[in-house]
Design a protein around this ligand. Sequence first.
Ligand code: G3I
Length: 386
Amino acid sequence: MYNKLLTRRRTLYLGLGTLAGIGALTTGKFINNFQQNQVLANQDRNFKVAGKIPLKERAARKGLIYGADCNTLNLQSVPELQTALVQECAMLVPGFLKWDMLRPTADSFNLTRGDWYVEFAEKNRMLLRGHTLVWHDALPRWFKETVNKQNAQQFLEQHIQKVAGRYAGKMHSWDVVNEAINVPDGLPNGLRKSPWLDLLGPDYIDLAFRLTAQVDPQAMLVYNDFGLEYDTPKDEAKRTAVLKLLERLKSQGTPVHAFGMQSHLFGDETRFNPQKLRDFFRNVASLGLKILITELDVIDRKLPQDIDVRDRIVAGVYEDYLSAALDEKAVIAVINWGLSDRYTWLSEFYPRSDGAPVRPLPLDANMQRKLAWNAIARAFDNAPKR
Ligand code: G3I
């Protein structure tokens, strides 16, 4: 499927090349943004889908899990999103399971909101994945002045025992450690400068996994990270560092079971190389790890305002990326970071300069399916069975 697409795109490049000098295009350099958007919008891609069955069923037919996050949204107050999630998703990432949402003070936990999500998912027979137990971000205000090298391990143990313990046996998987690699920080092994690294040293990663495995032996334990998707020197360096981290963890017997590839994609990024992605996934899988696409969305900040053009480019990115990713049978799940454009972190973190509402997800603001939904459906329909 992907090769047919590649041929079509090349044809289009050559077509456009007659207008703008073949040499410029065939080397992958676009003459200008308009040129790039016309190529990426690729009018002859039809994104046709057979039938209307939901994404969760298309995924399940291939042995895959499809889901979405409600990371920090208050789902209780949005019944129309509840309906859409139940219809389309087999898995839910509950909101309110980060330190800043769970821990109002150093000696208290607020698990009520997390409990609601778990009950909602169980009532609707949805799988759950927890996000996230150890991260350098989303730490409560009291953390910095309260946690020190002497008590850090105790705080970590207490947090994992309380939170992972409360939902033990209910979680399909946990993002135990999130985003521990950041090569530009210049630290050994590409580790990110993180409060946890400062407080506990590099072994905080192994410790977090071992604690979680003790508390919830049934959960699949995941190392989750981003910025690995493209054929750029920065992403290549990070892929190398992440692979080395996973190799070290496996060689020391750390109970890590899977890698989470966040997959926050960019609609205007042309340096996607499907073979590089497949090679990376194959290398991760060769460690005996499963792979989850954990935070999938397509940032449309730099795309044209025209909704038809923008939706086509976003859909093309979804289908191209998933077509390559799902060739790797170790990939077991695809999770969108949000399901509807009405509720996406990108509205706040990657707003468009023209003020137009962003459109990164499979459902629009009225919970209606978009071309992005078609693209994900087609990727599942054409994926090899696990
Ligand atoms: O809920 C409060 C609200 O009561 C308050 O009025 C408001 C004031 O700004 O803040 C609201 O909380 C915000 C929350 O999102 C809900 O919108 C937090 O300030 C804000 O920091 C939080 O951002 C989340 C971010 O992680 C930090 O936790 C995003 O929604 C969430 O999508 C984003 O997700 C991360 C993953 O966890 C890790 N991978 C990257 C991804 C994107 O950054």
